[in-house]
Design a protein around this ligand. Structure first.
Ligand code: ATP
Ligand code: MG
Length: 402
């Protein structure tokens, strides 16, 4: 079956006015970006739908594979085109239904007649086309409500457009339509999921990672670059900042008692992240924190950590169970990377009994004996930035996430 174009439907119907324009423009750019190596692909955006046209059959196939990853698309349908002529339409209808894209027993034809000069009324067309389909596929029965196969016939000035399959899109909003944030990306399971969820809400991201060589290895870093690349497949490239954190961690271990060192470590990380955030012009910081998961994620701990900044911290996993998070990470293809066994900087310096209710005054007291700000500035300055990764399609299955 040769498809001539893809009809793309937008989600978020509540979007109005100017927001809609931003949404459509971003979506168009993101689709273009994801298809940039496919020479024959062209896009035509309308107010509430978009058409992707590809002259090359291979390009069309690849476009159909890539579209389910792009946020802001509610659903899409490959469409076959023929002359706006009843016999041609009947013939095409058989091709479309026989293409193997749709299965089921019940069937309905729906006609949209934008070209009012077409010499048949809707009822007649339905009868003619439906009758012809039934004569070729005698196992089908007509059903008006919720048919298994819905054959849409759209008659426009430039031809008739037929489709019978609706693919689910990734939903959400186009990445970049809701601002930019900085994701604190460890090598763990949670933070990539947090990044994914905000990208789904239209936030574009940079990522920041704290590494403590030689305590953390090159392979641990590789994990994080692989995670970044996987996140990049969801519609927009993610830039990664790697922070040399060893010196600060050693200073913390020396200055702060064991049971408060985790809190101080987090506070230092957050201050560094906040400075990088400011430099790159991002508005918020994203973390993978989930309430009660570990000592540093109690409300008391979060409060003590959060005290160092007034920047909004987005914690999309705060109320999720570990199993729910794992489930998402498997579906978005980050789980297998996250479980590679290389140490995170925090695990290495983790004290045996961190306080679950650290007192801010106490933490401030111990931090006051050492001049941390120069080390913070130095870490910010000495970061390595890895520019946007090459676009790569994730091979994850999103179908029941959406
Ligand atoms: P994750 O699975 O994301 O590592 P976690 O359950 O292990 O999370 P913590 O180790 O307490 O939880 O980390 C909480 C959050 O702090 C992480 O989700 C991440 O956003 C941030 N974080 C922790 N370690 C690092 C790091 N080395 N680099 C960047 N961010 C980090
Ligand atoms: Mg972790």
């Amino acid at each position: 079956m040769e498809w001539n174009e893809i009809l793309i439907r937008y989600g978020e119907l509540s979007l109005k006015g100017r927001n809609r324009n931003v949404f459509v423009r971003k979506l168009k750019n993101n689709i273009k970006d994801a298809m940039r190596d496919l020479q024959s692909v062209r896009l035509k955006a309308e107010r509430d739908r978009m058409f992707l046209v590809a002259d090359d059959e291979e390009d069309m196939k690849k476009a159909i594979e890539r579209l389910p990853h792009i946020f802001g698309i509610q659903s899409f349908s490959p469409v076959a085109k023929c002359e706006a002529d009843l016999d041609a339409i009947k013939k095409k209808a058989i091709d479309v239904i026989g293409s193997g894209e749709t299965t089921g027993r019940t069937f309905k034809v729906e006609i949209k007649r934008a070209d009012k000069t077409f010499p048949y009324v809707t009822g007649e067309l339905q009868q003619e086309i439906g009758g012809h389909v039934l004569s070729q596929f005698p196992e089908l029965v007509v059903q008006m409500k919720k048919p298994d196969i819905l054959l849409l016939v759209d008659i426009r000035k430039d031809g008739a457009f037929l489709t019978s399959k609706v693919f689910k899109g990734a939903g959400g909003m186009p990445v970049g339509s809701n601002g930019h944030s900085l994701l604190m990306l460890s090598g763990g399971i949670d933070s990539p999921v947090a990044g994914y969820l905000l990208m789904k809400r239209g936030v574009s991201i940079d990522a920041i990672h704290f590494a403590s060589p030689p305590y953390t290895s090159e392979l641990a870093k590789r994990k994080v670059t692989d995670l970044t690349e996987q996140l990049s497949s969801f519609g927009a490239s993610v830039r990664l900042h790697i922070i040399p954190f060893t010196e600060l961690q050693q200073a913390i271990v020396k200055q702060v008692p064991d049971n408060l060192s985790m809190t101080t470590t987090r506070r230092m990380m957050l201050q560094i992240a906040d400075k990088v955030r400011e430099e790159i012009g991002a508005l918020a910081i994203i973390t993978g924190e989930s309430l009660g998961q570990v000592a540093s994620q109690t409300l008391d701990s979060l409060t003590a950590i959060n005290e160092v900044t007034a920047t909004p911290i987005l914690r999309p996993l705060i109320a999720m169970d570990k199993l729910e998070i794992i489930d998402i990470s498997q579906k978005i293809g980050t789980y297998d990377i996250s479980i590679r066994p290389y140490e995170d900087c925090c695990t290495i310096f983790t004290p045996s009994n961190p306080k679950t209710k650290p007192k801010i005054e106490k933490v401030q007291h111990f931090e006051s004996f050492f001049d941390f700000p120069p080390l913070i500035d130095e870490a910010v300055r000495n970061r390595t930035t890895i520019e946007a990764f090459e676009q790569r399609q994730a091979d994850a299955d999103f179908s029941d996430l959406l």
